[in-house]
Design a protein. Structure first.
Length: 376
């Protein structure tokens, strides 16, 4: 039995401790209460999974009570992360009975782990325990379980990324408020978890084709250190997030029938007037629903005209007019006393960061560079 407490054990224990503390903070936080509980459960699941390696490196898996200790938490991690993403981007999301289906694999494998554990716990000899678990196909099931975990990670990552993509497209089609949360940082979770799935696959292949598991486990130690980093990242970044309020985002409407050419032209004229004469884009929180109401048309038909007549989504169209307004203000001598930010705010932008980002994206240069070139 190995009794030495190594640097690896210390790093893993620090990661687990930090994860458990952060999980408590997430659950008790007043911010994002609905979504934080899923993130906390995902972090706790990572911590429990990490304890499997800690039991092994400390030699506890070679003791009677820990040899087949029932930890089948792998299948819960991906669903928890998925529900974290969904609960963030879906204002009316509520967990119900149908969502329990996502945890069926976890319940099955965890139940199997308990079944094995309570059957072998009464046997004193390791040889007797090993012989018993062979009768229950323990090794083949554990092998397939590892590969199925990779499939689970891939499936939930793909589904979560698809949901996030739809949400961000909905923002572009309906919301002009550039401070509205787009959750771009969630992509880091997808990237980190994808890398984890790849590492697991490589480790399994190394064990299968080179039989490393029977002689070395440094490759698995590297995986668990990476998991400790994921635990730290999820906890730190998740807790630092502001309290998101996305209640104002509207569900997309579908047109009942194809727009006639006459109606299309009429809507285009109304929209052009609202943008060029009424300057509706000066409202920093303008959204497609309010603009459609102002024009006495459906939001769905407005979206069709925006996309086809202007070849842009709603947000890009509004930001285009805001940028043109800003450029016009720069050229007006009576605005010379105003700062760049002041003119940007007067043009409909409500955030310095979003203004600089959009300006750079549209012009290829910063506002200050643009001003210098204008002077020259």
């Amino acid at each position: 039995m190995q009794n030495l407490f190594s640097l690896f054990d210390l790093l893993l224990l620090i990661g687990m401790t930090q994860g458990l503390i952060t999980s408590v903070l997430l659950i008790r936080s007043k911010k994002n209460q609905r979504s934080n509980k899923y993130l906390a459960l995902a972090i706790i699941s990572f911590c429990l999974l990490s304890s499997k390696m800690l039991l092994n490196t400390l030699g506890l898996t070679q003791t009677h009570y820990f040899r087949y200790f029932p930890l089948g938490i792998e299948y819960a991690i991906a669903p928890f992360l998925y529900f974290y993403v969904v609960s963030l981007i879906t204002p009316d999301f509520k967990f119900n009975k149908k969502h329990l289906f996502h945890f069926v694999p976890f319940l099955l494998f965890q139940s199997y782990a308990f079944f094995i554990y309570f059957n072998v716990i009464g046997l004193e000899s390791f040889a007797g325990q090993d012989m018993l678990v062979q009768n229950y196909w323990y090794q083949p099931i554990k092998k397939w379980e590892d590969y199925l975990v990779i499939i689970s990670i891939g499936a939930y990552l793909g589904l979560g990324f698809y949901k996030l993509k739809l949400y961000r497209q909905k923002l572009k089609d309906t919301i002009s408020d550039n401070t509205f949360p787009s959750f771009g940082w969630l992509k880091n979770i997808f990237i980190l978890t994808s890398i984890l799935g790849l590492i697991i696959l490589v480790n399994l292949l190394l064990d299968t084709f080179f039989d490393l598991k029977n002689n070395y486990y440094f490759h698995w130690q590297a995986q668990y250190l990476y998991m400790a980093f994921i635990i730290y990242y999820l906890g730190f970044v998740g807790y630092q997030q502001p309290d998101f309020d996305i209640q104002d985002i509207d569900k997309s409407q579908k047109p009942n029938k194809q727009i006639t050419d006459e109606k299309f032209t009429s809507i285009k004229v109304k929209l052009s007037k609202a943008l060029e004469q009424d300057k509706v884009f000066l409202n920093p929180t303008l959204n497609a629903k309010d603009l459609a109401k102002k024009l006495s048309i459906s939001q769905a038909n407005l979206s069709v005209v925006v996309n086809q007549a202007f070849n842009k989504n709603f947000r890009d169209l509004i930001n285009h007019y805001r940028l043109e307004e800003f450029k016009t203000k720069l050229k007006q001598t009576d605005n010379s006393h105003l700062s760049i930010l002041s003119m940007a705010l007067e043009s409909g932008f409500n955030s310095e960061a979003s203004f600089y980002r959009i300006f750079k994206k549209q012009t290829g240069m910063s506002p200050k560079e643009y001003v210098r070139n204008l002077v020259l």
